[in-house]
Design a binder for this molecule. Structure first.
Ligand SMILES: *Cc1c(COP(=O)(O)O)cnc(C)c1O
Length: 386
């Protein structure tokens, strides 16, 4: 049964395999004994390997141990988790914050805590899988609207029975396309139709907005969106998810989120690393500036070479190839030429939009970017995809 399933995936060029990396996921990595330029990590600001962040993780491990012992309601909240939440709330300008072991767990437990089977959810068609799973788990009636299409969302809002509790669900910065949700219009529709708004800012946090607070800051709607989620696993360079909002909202989550109540607290090291990373990103705004300069250099290079770039507004730069086998071939050719950026295929992205999703970080040098573009030119030429 397993073999049959795998063979079917392989025949459709949809089989996924793991690659072993024998180094940190920096601007380059060691893969099969070769140094390769990495263009696919979400470690946008390079904070996963920042000395201050690494030291914070080591110090916390020495002092608090490798594991947390139990769920926080069972054996207490360790100081590093409390400091992380205080830091998150200060950074985001909210009363309170709650940290989870993963962004995935945050979404699959917060959405069911916020809406039940009598409710109605409208979600962007390109929402992250963890949001979709959270929506399904809630048992609410679940409808998708066309990607970033506010007319479609408004039609759905206008057509429903108004008494029904309604949650609008979206990524802030879309993970596979790199474009940004129209948050001003969404906040307006939520207010006008009395719906709640659940924003996942996994990718916006740390990189968007004047001070890196994320998509809501970028769109100027922080005061109109009372709560939102994000992750500590991307620009923050550690692991975990979080929600920020009012003190009563956070206390409600502590009492209702099953993936908070029934799972062991994340290791002290990841909480301490995330706290240090937020401080570094506030103290070193030049990292964000370098990220955007690198993003423009890579985007301009890809366009100059004639690749079909998605309408990205961020350091996520997807080159749309179409068929999964073509995307696989391009990824393989890139690897041969010294660049690691895997093919993203259905079901992660819609059919016929298989792509190479390039991401760039603040730590890439001009030499890395130009070297990657030269590899792309050779790989693209050999396959006729540009
Ligand atoms: C990565 C991601 C998540 C999951 O976060 P993890 O911390 O990796 O579990 C959730 N939502 C979006 C939009 C993501 O890109």
């Amino acid at each position: 049964m397993f073999e049959e399933h795998l063979k079917k995936l392989d025949d459709q060029h949809l089989l996924r395999r793991l690659q072993t990396i024998a180094s940190a996921t920096g601007p380059t990595v060691m893969l099969n004994g070769r140094e390769i330029i990495l263009l696919s990590s979400n470690n946008y600001l390079g904070l996963a390997t920042h000395p201050t962040v690494v030291k914070a993780a080591i110090d916390a491990t020495r002092r608090y141990g490798a594991g947390s012992g139990a769920a926080r309601l069972v054996c207490g909240t360790l100081t590093p988790h409390e400091s992380l939440e205080a830091t998150l709330a200060r950074f985001k300008g909210t009363e309170a914050a709650l940290a989870f072991a993963a962004g995935y767990l945050t979404n699959i437990s917060a959405i069911p805590a916020l809406i039940g089977k009598d409710g109605l959810i409208f979600a962007d068609r390109l929402c992250h899988a963890s949001l979709i799973d959270g929506c399904r788990l809630s048992g609410a009636t679940f409808r998708v609207y066309h990607h970033r299409d506010m007319n479609h969302l408004e039609q759905l809002l206008a057509r429903r029975r108004t008494a029904r509790r309604t949650l609008i669900v979206t990524d802030g910065l879309f993970s596979m396309d790199g474009d940004i949700a129209p948050m001003k219009d969404m906040a307006q529709l939520a207010e006008q139709y009395g719906a709640a708004l659940y924003v996942d800012d996994a990718h916006g946090t740390g990189i968007l907005g004047r001070t890196g607070r994320g998509t809501l800051e970028h769109c100027g709607v922080e005061s109109r969106v009372p709560y939102h989620m994000g992750t500590l696993s991307k620009a923050i360079g550690s692991a975990g998810g979080y929600l920020v909002g009012s003190a009563s909202f956070i206390a409600y989550l502590v009492n209702t989120c099953r993936a908070f109540i029934y799972t062991t607290a994340p290791p002290p090291a990841s909480a301490a690393a995330a706290t240090a990373a937020i401080q570094v990103l506030e103290q070193e705004p030049e990292r964000r500036a370098r990220l955007w300069r690198n993003r423009d250099r890579l985007a301009q290079g890809l366009t100059r070479l004639g690749f079909r770039l998605a309408a990205s507004e961020s350091p996520i730069l997807p080159v749309i190839v179409g068929d999964p086998d073509q995307a696989m071939n391009l990824a393989q050719a890139l690897l041969t030429h010294g660049v690691y950026a895997p093919a993203i295929r259905p079901p992660t992205v819609p059919p016929a939009t298989s792509r190479i999703r390039f991401t760039i970080t603040a730590d890439h040098t001009n030499e890395h970017i130009d070297g990657a573009l030269a590899a792309l030119e050779r790989a693209g030429r050999s396959l006729n995809v540009m």
